[in-house]
Design a protein around this ligand. Structure first.
Ligand SMILES: NC(=O)C1=CN([C@@H]2O[C@H](COP(=O)(O)OP(=O)(O)OC[C@H]3O[C@@H](n4cnc5c(N)ncnc54)[C@H](OP(=O)(O)O)[C@@H]3O)[C@@H](O)[C@H]2O)C=CC1
Ligand SMILES: O=C1O[C@H](COP(=O)(O)O)[C@@H](O)[C@H](O)[C@H]1O
Length: 495
């Protein structure tokens, strides 16, 4: 994979007036600029239908940074002046001709070596059209590299993802396509590989001889907000499990790649997706459970049920919570359940991975009949970023010989500089030609295949929704899923 160390490019953001650009993309570009990771050889073109000019767009970009930067911090003109706006309708050929003209001019001014990044921050129904028009009107054929960043969701199921992929692949090569999964840009998700492959104590124990189960949780306290329309057609399994949760699972389960290179890492992840035991639709209830929140309370404030949030959601059968057990049928993981859990309107906003090690065969310090304290490796993905190792050590309490202790390391406290945001890292990776933390088509296809049969199983029966209270830990069935295997969910707070 060709890599380039000096980020030089014209970045075209389709959907530049939208929510993602405002909340994530502009602040990330600013941080890259502020930290000196991009400089004079980068220009940004915002493209959307609003009839804005450069000045209006620059004001909008400035506004997007206000929540992110110190109130004293002036956004320098040298930063804002590299933002340009082109009013386009992505379905109109003339839009691409105008864009081509602007990009070519900026390439000369900013000496970008003809490199072009097209970021599709638009509704998914436009992904294929834009890719094909970029090719048809010659925007893809610059003098340097051209890369296409595609937001999620990449399809709604395997057939639609396949159709979209065919459209995109008619115009772009796989090497040019950067399918974004922002969890792969998170500091602690990237840390999974380092923890596993740079530490003998974990590397040697990372298998079914020593690990009893692995739990991956991403819980949110927010509801569906303005995205209810999209979310109601998608649900938690498509919105979170098909992508973020399975990507974390793949990083936890994959074999060590022979090198830390894009193709090697991806190929190990793909093997994990191939080894996931398919869930037959008629057996879905044994492996996956779903939930939808009813009214409840979060931080002392009353919260409406999902169905009450908008009239379009009335009597909706869309799940806002999923918990599942995934088995990986290979030599390393046979018999070790990977439990995943994600939901909206839960008590906490947190993402966490807990690796539970098997108990000692004969523990001298804990009576077999009593509750044993297994060793846990906890990877705190967010909001705190860090790792905690749960061990047992001598107790100084009278009558108690051993007690659980924790060794903790928090990244948030490490240095004054905060960890870069996921989007920031991924944008830079794309400019540097590093696709390791983007998903290959085979990963997307295999994960949809796995998810589709779960959804097929769910379609066979009407769910009994709502089945968990907003502000709770999810439906009781999620606890039973683990209890029948002799396990329980580890808490997501204070662990
Ligand atoms: N927002 C988020 O937190 C997340 C979003 N995503 C994904 O990112 C993508 C964008 O999401 P989001 O920003 O929320 O969406 P928004 O609805 O906020 O923005 C959509 C953008 O598309 C533009 N647009 C719509 N139709 C056209 C058209 N025909 N021609 C040109 N521009 C058009 C709109 O601008 P205008 O009206 O001016 O044309 C707007 O800039 C989606 O794929 C979403 O799934 C993924 C993860 C999180
Ligand atoms: O992709 C998505 O992720 C967010 C959760 O991301 P996080 O970084 O805040 O954990 C989720 O809210 C959204 O529904 C989903 O589309």
């Amino acid at each position: 994979m060709e890599k380039q160390q000096e980020p030089k490019a014209v970045i075209v953001i389709f959907g530049a007036t939208g929510d993602l650009a405002m909340r994530k993309l502009f602040p990330s570009i600013y941080n890259l600029y502020y930290n000196g990771q991009i400089d004079e050889n980068v220009a940004v073109v915002g493209a959307a239908r609003k009839p804005w000019d450069n000045e209006t767009f620059r004001e909008h970009v400035k506004k997007s940074l206000m929540n992110k930067v110190d109130s004293e911090e002036e956004i320098p003109d040298s930063f804002l002046s590299r933002f340009f706006y082109e009013s386009v309708d992505v379905t109109e050929p003339s839009s691409y001709q105008n864009l081509q003209h602007l990009i070519t001019t900026l390439e000369e001014t900013y000496e970008t070596d003809g490199n072009r990044m097209f970021y599709l921050a638009m509704a998914p129904e436009f992904f294929g059209t834009i890719a094909q028009n970029l090719q048809a009107y010659g925007l893809k054929d610059g003098q340097g590299w051209t890369r296409l960043v595609i937001e999620k969701p990449f399809g709604h199921d395997l057939p639609s993802a396949q159709k979209l992929n065919n459209q995109v692949r008619e115009a772009f090569d796989e090497e040019q396509i950067y399918r974004i999964d922002h969890y792969l840009g998170k500091e602690m998700v990237q840390n999974i590989e380092v923890i596993r492959f740079a530490n003998g104590i974990f590397g040697h124990l990372w298998n079914n001889q020593y690990i009893s189960n692995i739990q991956i949780t991403s819980s949110e306290s927010l509801g569906v907000e303005e995205r209810f329309h999209f979310y109601n057609q998608s649900g938690a399994v498509r919105d979170m499990v098909q992508n973020h949760m399975l990507q974390m699972l793949a990083l936890l389960a994959m074999e060590p790649p022979i090198k830390l290179e894009t193709d090697e890492v991806r190929s190990e992840k793909i093997k994990v997706f191939r080894a996931m035991r398919p869930i037959k639709p008629e057996k879905v209830d044994q492996y996956f459970i779903r939930g939808q929140y009813g009214a409840g309370e979060i931080d002392g404030n009353p919260v409406k049920s999902y169905q009450e949030e908008h009239e379009a959601l009335e009597s909706s059968n869309t799940e806002t919570f999923v918990a599942g057990k995934i088995l990986i049928d290979n030599y390393r993981w046979a018999g070790v359940p990977f439990y995943i859990r994600t939901g909206k309107r839960m008590a906490e906003k947190a993402a966490k991975i807990v690796v539970e090690f098997k108990n000692m065969p004969m523990n001298l310090y804990y009576d077999e009949k009593d509750y044993q304290q297994p060793n846990l490796l906890v990877i705190n993905v967010q909001p705190e970023e860090g790792v905690t190792l749960h061990l047992n050590a001598k107790s100084n309490q009278p009558g108690i010989q051993a007690e659980p202790i924790k060794l903790s390391y928090s990244y948030n406290c490490k240095e004054r500089i905060s960890a870069p945001e996921a989007y920031e890292k991924l944008l830079l990776d794309c400019m540097l030609g590093d696709a390791t933390n983007f998903t290959h088509w085979d990963e997307v296809a295999l994960s949809w295949k796995f998810i589709d049969s779960i959804i097929e199983g769910w379609k066979m029966q009407k769910p009994d929704f709502p089945n968990y209270k907003a502000g709770s830990k999810g439906p009781e069935a999620a606890n039973q899923l683990l209890e029948k295997d002799g396990f329980h969910w580890w808490p997501i707070k204070d662990i």
